[in-house]
Design a protein around this ligand. Sequence first.
Ligand SMILES: C[S@@+](CC[C@H](N)C(=O)[O-])C[C@H]1O[C@@H](n2cnc3c(N)ncnc32)[C@H](O)[C@@H]1O
Length: 365
Amino acid sequence: MEERGLEVFAPEEEEPDKDSEVFFNEKMLNNRDISQIAVKVFRERAGLEEEFRVADALAASGIRGFRYGEYATDLHLNDVNPEAVEAIGKGLDENGIEATVHEEDANVFLSEFGNYFHFIDVDPFGSFTKFLDSTARAANHTSFVGLTSTDNAAPAGSYPTVCERRYGSKPIKNDFMHEIGLRIYLKEVFRNFARFDKCFDPKVCFHERHYTRVMGRVTESKKRTNKALENVGYLSYCGNCLWRKFERVKNCPECGEETQEAGPLWTGKFVDQRFTSDMLEDMPEEWEAYEFLEKLDAEAEIITPYYDIHALASNIGTSSPRREEFIQALREKGYPVERTHFSPTGVKTDAPIQDLKDVIRDLKA
Ligand SMILES: C[S@@+](CC[C@H](N)C(=O)[O-])C[C@H]1O[C@@H](n2cnc3c(N)ncnc32)[C@H](O)[C@@H]1O
């Protein structure tokens, strides 16, 4: 197998899973493309070109580590599966990359490197929560981490009890549940780093198909962490009129119905636009991830969870306008509004809900 000019030793499979001899999923290309460029941008911004220590803690074929190899001065790849370790060795030889290979449980591996790594990639099967503690210990005082989770059903509200157990938060299953899920993951990452007086600052976080990726900068600072605590809170949502706000409100201010509550979750930005605009300069435009990153970049400043146009239209008993038409009409009214990466029928805007509904009524009149 091959990815972006690098040789990978893994069987070609339609649906790779945890029983694969060596796991390699071609469909995670966008995730790896975005991760590689984010790492490049972080290293340059942090001035770490001279010394950049990287860990791929659950490496499988090693493809992520190979891709970060270009920037690393000290590269470590780890996997608990001996067949993966063999594939990593072959890949390193074939691609002419120098690295240290480990065959350990990721928690054991990371715990051997206190405050050491400038970048840590955590890409397990399922949720990353059981690796958060050792990741926080191994992250350098100034560093960057990237974590993938494929456990989306729980934080997106399909299994509320599992979500409470694993993430200590209440989800809501609704038309913007994937943003709620992302924000629950982010809260969990932030809180875990905070226990070590390390502040996790989200830079580029997103949801795609069955997975969520969280990437951010880590700085050891009590003051910074204390300040960032203001970004952990609750969301109130009205299932009757679709109003939503990051605030604890018992009754909907629009229609008076009792609200539903999600949280605790991350209520701040999940993309740093200065960071993603640097990434766009570095990412080849022909990569599929480029357009995806453009959407993330555009929606970065709008905090209110996204609206689904179909849900809004059906709430007022009409059919949906086209998304571009809806966006245009809202812009003409002076509201900031953008497409969202979460959904092809979603829009991000801070416009009041009544105005959103009025715009749909006007477009459908
Ligand atoms: C989803 S795959 C990683 C995919 C890889 N990062 C990529 O981009 O292709 C997860 C890997 O974690 C390994 N693994 C599972 N549990 C582990 C543990 N506790 N410690 C270390 N590796 C583990 C598995 O053997 C598997 O190779």
